[in-house]
Design a protein around this ligand. Structure first.
Ligand code: NAD
Length: 262
């Protein structure tokens, strides 16, 4: 761990959904690059485990249990992180869900729609609502909101609530970027392609289903959570100092492809 000369040296970061997948990889990478990391997840044991992994390796981290869909929980988590580190520089609103019974306009139940929106879209809003004042106290910072390629091109297999929630994340990110640009707060959306994480693989549980999805990916493979974490590191660091309001795609070329299989 390089806490003095790493790419995030001196920065205090807050990552939601950090017990698994992209968030976990980002927590480990950010810590490795010198950041203090608030490892936030509704899975408190998982968050504590990742935080312990970081501290055992010589880094600085706290595990925080929070549900991003509950405003008081998000407010408390941000307060705890700011208190632990004395500042907040980076807010990575990454937690998200994709429910098994999310379908098309007819089949998606209202409860599925509401839960998806509450976690994926309202959760990002709560993070920004309570995180922006903390970034202002620091004098600026970087917000990264995890959207998805589906916000740009839709999904070939229907998951309407998920797609709509990610479209909302992207639109909200753009407006926040414009509104807060003069306060030195950058806001970017990260748009991953299909990844080999629990979230997607629990759906694509047969070789046929996986192949069906890969038809759309020019690189012909799923992405790794670590490849998204690497992009988040760039957006979190000062290397991206002139980057705001983007839909930063890390998708193996998916959104540039026009393949429509039979
Ligand atoms: P994952 O399922 O591996 O990890 C998600 C983490 O978020 C889990 O630790 C989970 O406990 C946590 N979480 C879920 N709901 C929460 C809540 N209400 N409050 C706090 N924590 C909560 O998923 P992942 O693949 O790492 O996905 C991370 C983000 O990337 C999500 O927003 C997802 O929509 C997005 N994404 C994923 C893919 C993909 O193919 N995996 C593609 C595009 C975008």
């Amino acid at each position: 761990m390089d806490t003095t000369t790493g790419r995030l040296a001196g920065k205090a970061t807050f990552i939601t959904g950090a017990a698994a997948g992209i968030g976990r990889e980002a927590a480990l990478l950010f810590a490795d690059e010198g950041a203090s990391v608030a490892v936030v997840d509704r899975d408190g044991d998982g968050a504590a485990k990742v935080a312990a992994e970081i501290t055992e390796a010589g880094g600085t981290a706290v595990g925080i249990t929070a549900d991003v869909a509950v405003e008081a929980s998000v407010a408390a988590a941000i307060g705890n992180a700011e208190e632990a580190f004395g500042r907040l520089d980076v807010l990575f609103n990454n937690a998200g869900i994709m429910l098994a019974d999310d379908g098309d306009a007819q089949s998606t139940e209202e409860a599925v729609w509401d839960l998806t929106m509450n976690v994926n879209l309202k959760g990002v809003w709560f993070g920004c609502r309570h995180g922006i004042p903390a970034l202002r106290r620091t004098g600026g910072g970087s917000i990264i909101n995890t959207a998805s390629f589906v916000a740009l091109v839709g999904a070939a297999t229907p998951q309407l609530a998920y797609t709509a929630s990610k479209g909302g994340v992207l639109a909200m990110t753009r407006e926040l970027a414009v509104v807060h640009a003069r306060e030195h707060i950058r806001v970017n959306a990260l748009c991953p392609g299909p990844l080999r994480t629990e979230l997607l693989m629990s759906f694509l549980d047969t070789k046929e289903k996986r192949q069906r999805r890969l038809v759309h990916v020019p690189m012909g493979r799923f992405g790794e959570a670590s490849e998204i974490a690497a992009a988040a590191l760039f957006l979190a660091s000062d290397e991206s100092s002139y980057v705001t309001g983007t839909d930063f795609s890390v998708d193996g070329g998916l959104t540039s492809a026009y393949v429509t299989p039979e």
